[in-house]
Structures are given as structure tokens and as C-alpha cells.
Design a binder for this molecule. Structure first.
Ligand SMILES: Cc1cc2nc3c(=O)[nH]c(=O)nc-3n(C[C@H](O)[C@H](O)[C@H](O)COP(=O)(O)OP(=O)(O)OC[C@H]3O[C@@H](n4cnc5c(N)ncnc54)[C@H](O)[C@@H]3O)c2cc1C
Length: 387
């Protein structure tokens, strides 16, 4: 067994680290405070060609795997950028999987090169007010018209919708059939035409730099050429992107946990209370040490899942388990770190509270811990489906 990331992944990690040093924690605190999109950071990644990391070379990308993507996103998070830095990059990598795998030649040739160069941004519209974990309940409707479709409905939590020119949008082309709840869902990659779409920002706990939105769609026109793959098979195409996304989320959570531990360990070495460094107290040291060990274990499983995916092998159980363990380990590390700093853990100045707020997201989205456990119970342990 060889657990070492490839030379390519290691050199990418070093280059990403070097780039991230130009974006210190103060940059992210300011963007978190003011809510401005980190355009300079995105541009720096675009200039190095890293937004097209998983886009095939013939469409202007690098054609690399989920391992390299995970290493890159982990390094961003570990730098202290957290999700404020990782999410803008993440959204160039994974929501596009169905387009890469199932889009027509014309669609890929038309849009992937511009996405790889960072000249276009795409939003990802699946979740609806009445359909989160249960995607089969979406009600956004796509109706046939001459030469295309007219789409109306509402999405929620749509990342990037404030600035995106394109949207990967799941809509229902037939009424829901209880016997086949995932049939009749079609995936569109289409223009986010602002004359037919209204976007309203959601105020949220963390990651304020990257917008999350309600999206009201009123008669959005999509061409037949905007359909990804075949009509009615949109849900199956989405599933293709789930495992790689869970894997990179695991890497991101590990990166945030490590950033938090770095801050906490430095503080625990220096801060003197009752005439000794607080790090000498095992009640401070042990939670940090335990968190470190759990992050290592979660990362190892993420590497295994990434290796399986990149070698074309089934990886559903490993991808889900890695996401589960990493989301918990990342939050546990951030929480132990915050406790270590006492009152200053609560202060913006030390950057921990931002990491703590950001990593909490990964216990909820893009899939909750409970839904991951449901998956493992049903598909690994062969227990009856619970919902
Ligand atoms: C910051 C942020 C960004 C996001 N970005 C996007 C995006 O870009 N595009 C997009 O489409 N979506 C996005 N989402 C939405 C995200 O994917 C959903 O929040 C997530 O899928 C959970 O759905 P929900 O919020 O509707 O929760 P619900 O499905 O309403 O679930 C609520 C709670 O009940 C639990 N629950 C439900 N059913 C069961 C069950 N059978 N067993 C056990 N527990 C259960 C869930 O685990 C959860 O804890 C984003 C969300 C956030 C917070």
C-alpha cells in the first residue's frame, strides 16, 4: 500500500500554500465582515489554471482527479482561508460534474473552456424551500415550448446566484409520480437571465463572503440544447457528482480543523495562566491532541475514497464515511481550539470564531450527517430504508 500523495499533488499543495500566503487571515476577516466576494483570490486561481483542475484537457482544463482537487481545497482551508476561500474554488470543480460527464459536445465546447479560465461563473440550483434532503419533492416546473423550455419555480440556498451568468438547474418536466419519485427531473445548464430571475441574498451564520440566495424563477427560457444529457434523467446525473463532492468536503473540513489547531497550539504554548502555559494542562492539551488524531484518520479515509474514485472503483461508502468523520473532526477541532483561547476564542481578532462558524456548515450541507448515516445503514449494513 502506498499512502503518499503523488509528486503532482504534493507540488500542487505547495504552490497553493504559497499563493494563499498572499491572502492572510485579515483579508478573510474583512470579507466575512463586509460580505464582498473574494474576486482577487478567484482571479489568482484562474490565472494559474486551477479553476479547470478537473475539466478535461480538451476543454481547456487540466483533467486531474479528485485527489488533486481535495489536496488543493484542503490547502486553501488549512491556510486560514477556510470556506470563505475554498467555496468559490469548490464551485468550479464539483457542481459541473454532470456537465462534464453528460453534457453534449456542443455544450462542453461552448462553456467549459470559459469556465476553466474563470471568465464565467455558475450557480447550482437544486434545493427548494419544500425540497432539501428529499430532492424528489422539487416543484420547479419545466414546460415544453417550441424549440425549448419555459421554467418557473423557486430555489433556495443557491450559492453564487448574485454574480453567476450560468446556472445548473434541476426542474420537473412531469408531475411527481409516487411510484417513480426521481423520474421526470431534468437538468439544465442555462443562462441565468436576470429579466426572468430574481435573486435575494440570505443572511447566514458564516461564509458571508460567498453569497447564498433565494432564487425566484418566472418564465426562464431554456433551449433544448441547454438540457444536460437526456430529458427526465437529471437526478441520475446529479448522483454522479455526489461522491466526488463528499470527498473534497472531507478534505476541506480537515483543512479547517488543522488551521484551528495551529492557532490553538500557538496560543496554548504562549498564554500563561496560574504561572504556567495553559498548554501544560492536559485538559487543554488532550482535546487538541485527540482532534489532531481524528483529523488524520478522516484525511486517510478521504485519500482512500479519492483513490478509489480516481481509479474508477465504487467509493460510495468511503466517500460518505469520509465526509461524516471529517465534518465531525473538523468541527471538534475548531471547538476545542476555540475553548483553548478562552475569551479570545470569541474575538474576531484570532480568526477562530470564523473557522468555527464555517466548518459547522459541513454537518448540514450539501448533505447532513443524518442522511449520510441513513446511506451507510441502508447501503453498507443492509438495514431497511428508514425514510
Ligand atoms: C450555506 C449553504 C450553501 C448551500 N448551497 C447550496 C447550493 O449552492 N445549491 C443547492 O441546491 N443547495 C445548497 N444548499 C442546500 C443544502 O444542500 C441543504 O441545506 C441540505 O441538502 C439539507 O437540506 P435542508 O436544509 O432542506 O434540510 P431538510 O431536508 O429540511 O432537513 C432538516 C433536518 O432534518 C434531518 N432529516 C430529514 N430527513 C431525515 C431522515 N429521514 N432521517 C434523519 N434525519 C433527517 C436533516 O438531516 C436535517 O438535519 C446550501 C445550504 C447552505 C446552508
Amino acid at each position: 500500500m502506498d499512502f503518499a500523495p503523488s509528486d503532482l499533488a504534493e507540488s500542487l499543495r505547495e504552490e497553493v500554500r504559497a499563493l494563499c500566503r498572499g491572502f492572510p487571515p485579515e483579508y478573510w476577516r474583512e470579507h466575512d465582515h463586509a460580505g464582498g466576494y473574494p474576486w482577487e483570490f478567484l482571479k489568482a486561481f484562474a490565472e494559474r489554471g486551477w479553476l479547470g483542475l478537473v475539466i478535461p484537457e480538451r476543454y481547456g482544463g487540466s483533467g486531474l482527479g479528485v485527489t488533486e482537487a481535495g489536496v488543493m481545497l484542503e490547502a486553501i482551508c488549512e491556510s486560514g482561508a477556510g470556506l470563505s476561500g475554498a467555496s468559490p474554488i469548490h464551485f468550479y470543480l464539483f457542481p459541473l460534474t454532470p456537465v462534464i460527464h453528460h453534457g453534449s459536445e456542443e455544450m462542453k465546447a461552448a462553456w467549459l473552456p470559459a469556465l476553466a479560465r474563470g471568465e464565467l461563473m455558475s450557480a447550482f440550483g437544486i434545493t427548494e424551500p419544500d425540497a432539501g434532503s428529499d430532492t424528489s419533492r422539487i416543484s420547479t416546473r419545466a414546460k415544453r415550448r417550441e424549440g425549448g423550455w419555459t421554467i418557473s419555480g423557486q430555489k433556495v440556498w443557491t450559492t453564487n446566484a448574485e454574480n453567476a451568468q450560468k446556472i445548473l438547474l434541476l426542474a420537473r418536466d412531469q408531475p411527481r409520480d409516487d411510484a417513480q419519485p426521481y423520474a421526470g427531473l431534468t437538468l439544465f445548464f442555462t443562462d441565468l437571465d436576470r429579466s426572468r430571475v430574481t435573486v435575494r441574498r440570505i443572511e447566514k451564520l458564516g461564509r458571508e463572503a460567498v453569497d447564498s440566495n433565494e432564487v425566484f424563477i418566472n418564465g426562464l427560457e431554456a433551449a433544448d440544447a441547454d438540457v444536460v444529457g437526456e430529458v427526465g434523467k437529471g437526478f441520475a446525473y446529479l448522483l454522479d457528482g455526489l461522491n466526488p463532492e463528499r470527498i473534497v468536503i472531507a478534505f476541506e473540513a480537515v483543512g479547517i480543523g488543522r488551521a484551528a489547531l495551529r492557532i490553538a497550539a500557538a496560543y496554548a504554548r504562549e498564554r500563561v495562566v496560574f504561572d504556567r502555559p495553559i498548554g501544560r494542562n492536559q485538559a487543554i492539551a488532550h482535546p487538541l491532541a485527540a482532534a489532531w488524531a481524528k483529523l488524520e484518520a478522516a484525511e486517510l479515509l478521504a485519500f482512500k475514497a479519492a483513490w478509489l474514485f480516481d481509479h474508477g472503483r465504487p467509493c460510495g461508502r468511503e466517500a460518505n464515511a469520509a465526509k461524516l468523520l471529517a465534518a465531525d473532526a473538523g468541527f471538534e477541532a475548531a471547538d476545542a481550539a476555540l475553548q483553548t483561547l478562552g475569551g479570545f476564542g470569541y474575538a474576531k481578532e484570532y480568526h477562530l470564531e470564523r473557522l468555527w462558524r464555517e466548518v459547522r456548515l459541513y454537518k448540514i450541507a450539501p448533505v447532513s450527517q443524518q442522511m449520510v448515516l441513513n446511506y451507510l445503514a441502508q447501503h453498507v449494513l443492509e438495514l431497511p430504508k428508514s425514510y
